[in-house]
Design a protein around this ligand. Structure first.
Ligand code: FPP
Length: 262
């Protein structure tokens, strides 16, 4: 029972519990994708180095992953490092990779306990060998878990993913008349997964930033001014409650309350 499971981990008399009671757990978004933004601004507001914003952001990752799994969300995708992020100073890049490894070492047990399957999407060959090995070990250890799929987008770019898929189609000799939308989707990193129903972005920016460009064709977008290190379960619940009020039409006429999947 997602509600009772969630309520055992939050203050049952607090505002979060009240929000959780307004969620319709039969109509959850199947796939939630999040652009985690604002770590640098969070640190700047506190006169701290940028990396402290990323470090604080790990607690938000932990809370969001565990809350999503308890709610019964099927797929959660977090945008942790884009292809463009390679242009950041070397010190920031290596600090981010270090934090990622730290997260994995600390959280693998929790992922296993919560039956979460961990999966990397992106150009993993560009990551350092040690990071890659740790990521792949976590993927293997959690491969048979049957609960939530947790995708982490690393060295990820939506355009690069589409180009990679096109190259695969050519390499595999798929005839042009067989290359329809379903076949193309099966060549993406997210093959076999439902498309995101809900895309969340923190820190108030109204941009997609090259994230899941193909997959978000019909996603509902929810933007909050909250900076990523301050993002917690209550913000996710706010987003889901708002999502459940939307009228998803997929280009057709109004179909009433929100529907999930396409
Ligand atoms: C955007 O903030 C955030 C990132 C580029 C990285 C997100 C990384 C983490 C939350 C920590 C490590 C991740 C995991 C999964 C353990 P920004 O630096 O662009 O912020 P700004 O726009 O305020 O400068």
């Amino acid at each position: 029972m997602p509600l009772s499971d969630l309520l055992t981990h939050i203050d049952p008399a607090g505002p979060e519990a009240a929000l959780a009671r307004s969620v319709n757990f039969d109509r959850l978004p199947k796939h939630v994708a999040i652009i985690m933004d604002g770590n640098g601004r969070w640190a700047a507001e506190r006169h701290l180095p940028r990396v402290e914003g990323h470090r604080a952001g790990i607690e938000s990752v932990r809370d969001t992953v565990e809350s999503s799994a308890r709610m019964g969300i099927e797929v959660l995708t977090l945008y942790a490092f884009s292809v463009e992020n390679w242009k950041r100073p070397e010190t920031e890049v290596s600090a981010l990779m270090g934090l990622l490894r730290q997260y994995l070492r600390l959280e693998l047990k929790t992922l296993l306990k919560n039956n979460i399957r961990f999966n990397v999407i992106g150009q993993r060959e560009r990551l350092g060998r040690e990071v890659r090995e740790e990521l792949e070990a976590a993927e293997q250890r959690t491969a048979t878990n049957t609960g939530m799929l947790f995708n982490i987008a690393l060295s990820y770019g939506g355009r690069a993913e589409i180009v990679d898929a096109a190259r695969r189609a050519i390499r595999e000799g798929i005839p042009a008349d067989r290359l329809d939308e379903d076949t193309f989707a099966s060549l993406l990193y997210t093959a076999g997964q439902p498309d995101p129903d809900l895309m969340i972005r923190t820190s108030g920016e109204m941009r997609i930033s090259n994230f899941l460009l193909w997959q978000i064709a019909y996603a509902e977008i929810w933007v909050t001014d909250t900076l990523w290190p301050d993002f917690r379960c209550r913000h996710l619940l706010d987003a889901i409650i708002d999502f459940q009020k939307r009228d998803r039409r997929y280009g057709a006429v109004s179909s009433g309350p929100v529907t999930v999947g396409r």
